[in-house]
Unconditional design. Structure first.
Ligand code: UD1
Ligand code: CA
Length: 459
């Protein structure tokens, strides 16, 4: 049976006090709307239609993908008016599921339960028992058989109705044909002068259609985001859920309340993560990996036995970063896109590595920069050494052979190659290739203004 999904996302979200449309605010690194779209992806709908209004262009650009359609609602005259805009694109006689773009943690299983209960002929509401139902539409049930009779909006409710703690979550599944007909009959004669989608409940009851209320099993999955407080509460709830899943899978988190995953984290056995770490994008941790406190790690693969010490920042961006088995990184290290570190590499404090390959056992332990470099095995790269890889217009490579020793405070002016086993004296500026095994010392007089250094001197 045909399934349409309508996601309402035209509202303004005034209380976010932000120029960003509300549904584009991020929860665990993805927009609220992206969460909703993702949770209904497995439902295999023939169409996922997003109703946009405030910030429509931005919203549409942010989530555009095959199989996602957009309908604009201008101006926004209420949830019933929102669904009216979608009527022309609703297909078939099956079921239409209505979700909210600002209720990000709706679970696929719950959405599926609504669709199954609807089966193209019943109106099914997702409801929730709330400690404080202020602001919510109240579910009015028949005292005799508990059947749902109507939803009354908070502002239209009588004092007695306001005592009801069962609220409407804003999500429902409806028979598509009937829904189209009902939303055409809505009026805005109510406290807010809006077209309420919730008024279709009384219409269904009047037509003798079955109206069911299914209760959400957690408040979290029906909570909407209206202000930064609610956004932070849902973020914590989501992070707690992820942290628990990881711990159940054997990852030892020093404190699940101080753990943030904004993406996917895959892991082997015996992995330990200290407090205040943030993982973003795709991160892979091999067996026995240890992550110290206060690390930020994005788009990286960390092989078995590697240790990432405190305050390390790894950002592979699109290119990714990889860290070999048994490597020691940090504290205070910075790995950037294209950093590919072999087994047992050591990168110490205040060392930056970008677009560089370091072979097994290479070490840069203090205050150094390696950019666009190929570094051989067992190289020792001294404190204050840098690759001058950028001439203001182009980037050039530096190649450092196996067993090279680069002394402190060296400038390797790329393109340049240091042959295997060469030694570069401390304080040298190297502008010419150095032969394998040679000692190169090049320092001193810079030519004023011209800005070039004396070529490497061979001894
Ligand atoms: C709505 C329900 C209420 C329910 C509550 C749950 C109605 C009339 N009321 O209340 O029973 O308890 O949700 O949070 O449906 N939107 C549009 N276009 C509009 C108006 C809203 O797209 O013209 C979107 C909003 O962006 C939001 C969703 O619809 O994603 C709900 O809007 P909101 O204003 O939060 O609904 P309420 O009126 O508070
Ligand atoms: Ca609301």
């Amino acid at each position: 049976m045909a399934l349409n999904i309508v996601i309402m996302a035209a509202g303004k979200g005034t209380r976010m006090k932000s120029a960003t449309p509300k549904v584009l605010h991020k929860l665990a690194g993805r927009s609220l709307l992206a969460h909703v779209l993702q949770s209904c992806e497995p439902l295999a709908a023939q169409a996922r239609i997003v109703i946009t209004g405030h910030g429509a262009e931005q919203v549409e650009a942010a989530v555009a993908a095959p199989g996602i359609g957009f309908v604009r609602q201008m101006p926004q005259l209420g949830t019933g008016h929102a669904v009216q805009q979608a009527v022309p694109v609703l297909q078939g006689e099956g079921t239409t599921l209505i979700l909210n773009g600002d209720v990000p943690l709706i679970e696929t299983a719950t959405a599926k339960a609504l669709i199954d209960a609807c089966a193209g002929h019943a109106l099914v509401l997702l409801t929730v028992d709330l400690f404080d139902p202020t602001g919510y539409g109240r579910i009015i049930r028949d005292p005799d058989d508990d059947g749902v009779l109507a939803i009354v909006e908070h502002k239209d409710a009588t004092p007695e109705q306001r005592l009801i703690h069962e609220g409407y979550s804003g999500m429902m599944a409806a028979p598509t044909g009937a829904l189209k007909r009902w939303v055409g009959q809505l009026s805005n004669a109510n406290a807010q002068g809006e077209y309420y989608l919730t008024d279709i409940v009384a219409m269904a009851v009047a037509e003798g259609l079955p109206v069911l209320g299914i209760k959400a099993h957690s408040e979290t999955e029906v909570l909407g985001v209206n202000d930064p407080v609610q956004l932070a509460q849902l973020e914590r709830a989501f992070q707690a859920r992820q942290a628990e899943d990881l711990m159940r899978a054997g990852v030892r988190l020093a404190d699940p309340a101080r753990f943030d995953l904004r993406g996917t984290l895959t892991h082997g056995q015996d992995v330990e993560i200290d407090v205040n770490c943030v993982f973003e994008g795709r991160v892979e941790l091999g067996d026995g990996v240890r992550i110290g406190a206060n690390c930020v790690i994005r788009n990286a693969r960390i092989a078995a036995g590697a240790r990432i010490h405190e305050f390390t920042h790894i950002d592979g961006e699109a290119a990714g970063a990889s860290i070999g088995e048994g490597a020691l990184i940090g504290p205070f290290a910075r790995l950037r896109p294209g950093a590919q570190l072999g087994a047992e590499v050591h990168i110490g404090n205040f060392v930056e590595v970008k677009n560089s390959t370091l072979a097994k056992g290479a070490k840069a332990n203090h205050l150094a920069y390696l950019g666009d470099a190929t570094v051989g095995e067992r190289v020792n790269y001294g404190a204050g050494a840098i690759t001058a890889n950028y001439d203001g217009a182009n980037k050039h490579r530096t190649t450092i052979g196996d067993d090279v020793h680069v002394g402190s405070n060296c400038v390797l002016v790329a393109p340049v190659t240091l042959g295997a086993g060469a030694t570069i004296g401390g304080g040298s500026t190297i502008t010419k290739d150095v032969n394998p095994g040679d000692l190169a010392v090049a320092r001193g007089k810079q030519v004023a203004l011209a800005g070039w250094a004396r070529p490497a001197k061979k001894r």
